[in-house]
Write a protein that binds this ligand. Structure first.
Ligand code: GCO
Ligand code: MG
Length: 402
């Protein structure tokens, strides 16, 4: 089998998605996600201008060789644009392999290790009461794990608190919106949220919280310690992790489990975190980390060091990514949990898929390949629209982490 052609598909059914479609000389095609929130067209150009010409005529079964050809061959290694482009190719090739062999991709990754993939949903509200109402709604839908974020008294807007109840979308059209931040107000508020949730929902529900890289290591230690009585499933991105040693300090001060890595691109971003056992969950995801071929290596390194996976699964990852994540999650032994933010009906219509939610689990479906398609005609109705993630400033105007 040979790669005959490939093209990048751009659509905006409510938010932007970059999809790579690779076609073969045997009529089989594969899909890969290359969406990088707020920087989508950089990946589209990387693929169209630099990657696709090198793919034509290659054997789509050679996923390992093609991965190294694109990674080493570029000379310029790593980075979110490069790694998302490589991921799009890798995902599409595994989709082709599955279709050619008439089997779901998970069977090529070791087969099913579990009957379903436990997912967590997003409950958020403007205050603690409203967040608790949302948690109740998620438990009624069957979720066993829920991430809870609440507005902070004294701050006009907060990360993670959506305008829509079901469909959280952080990117906004136009230029980047600005949020205001106070670490002290945040640290004083969050324990009250989780105290309330434990009283109301009991001990068994898995509760998660995303800090979104906003604390210093010692502040994160304080937060983790104050949340210990409420035994969170995890505290996510407590500090920015460009300096991996920072997590050592967090670790020394709290037993609250730590998840990190949604912005990482290669195994080198997490190597010290994993081998020193400074984290409990690695959140790297297929689309931003080079696809199955690379994330498998990360998961295997993590398995040796008691680290489980918890792949990023926000709405800015397309249904192709979600499907790919489910094949990966169901196959590997050290799976921990999968994030699941529901896409809008418009997005689901562009990407018809076989995965479905059932009693707190997502099931990837039994069909060949990834089990996702792309409606090109429908997608063409929604052209690209520039949108940005927000930026964040401290009360005195200092530019801060988002
Ligand atoms: C999460 C994330 C998202 C990201 C978004 C950026 O845990 O789901 O933090 O909300 O901010 O995916 O593109
Ligand atoms: Mg996050």
């Amino acid at each position: 089998m040979k790669i005959l052609s490939a093209k990048v598909l751009v659509t905006c059914p409510g938010r932007n998605f970059i999809t790579l479609k690779i076609e073969t000389d045997q009529g089989i095609y594969g899909l890969g996600d290359g969406t990088l929130n707020g920087r989508e067209l950089a990946v589209a150009s990387y693929l169209t201008d630099h990657v696709i010409p090198c793919l034509i005529g290659r054997d789509p079964f050679q996923t390992e060789d093609i991965w190294h050809y694109l990674y080493r061959g570029a000379y310029w290694r790593r980075g979110p644009v490069t790694m998302s482009a490589i991921a799009a190719v890798d995902m599409a090739l595994w989709d082709i392999k599955g279709k050619a062999l008439n089997t779901p991709v998970y069977n090529l990754l070791g087969g099913k290790s579990r009957h379903g993939v436990m997912v967590y949903g997003h409950a958020n509200g403007k205050d603690i009461e409203q967040t608790a109402e949302e948690v109740a709604r998620y438990t009624e839908m069957g979720y066993m794990a829920i991430r809870a974020q609440s507005g902070i008294p004294g701050l006009p807007s907060t990360y993670g608190v959506s305008k829509d109840r079901l469909f959280y979308e952080p990117a906004e059209k136009g230029l980047p919106p600005e949020n205001v931040w106070s670490t002290e107000k945040y640290l004083n508020h969050v324990p009250k949220l989780f105290e309330k949730l434990r009283v109301q929902f009991g001990s068994d529900l898995h509760l998660l919280h995303d800090v979104h890289h906003r604390l210093t290591p010692i502040e994160a230690g304080r937060l983790g310690k104050s949340l210990e009585p409420y035994h969170l499933f995890w505290m996510e991105d407590p500090v920015p992790a460009e300096m991996q040693e920072g997590l050592k300090l967090v670790r020394q001060h709290t037993t609250t489990p730590i998840a990190i890595g949604e912005v990482f691109n290669t195994i080198w971003d997490a190597q010290q975190l994993i081998t020193n056992q400074w984290i409990d969950y690695i959140r790297m995801t297929l689309v931003h980390s080079g696809g199955f071929t690379h994330l498998r290596k990360v998961a295997d390194l993590a398995a040796l060091h008691h680290v489980q996976t918890g792949c990023h699964g926000a709405t800015d990852l397309s249904p192709v990514s979600m499907a790919a994540a489910l094949h990966f999650d169901i196959a590997i032994n050290n799976f921990g949990i999968q994030e699941y933010m529901r896409h809008t009906p418009e997005t689901d219509a562009v990407f018809p898929h076989t995965y479905k939610f059932d009693k707190g689990y997502l099931l990837p479906g039994e069909g060949p390949g990834l089990g996702v398609d792309y409606d090109e005609k429908l997608a063409a109705k929604w052209p690209y629209e520039r949108a940005y993630l927000p930026v964040n400033r401290k009360l005195d105007g200092t530019m801060f982490h988002w």
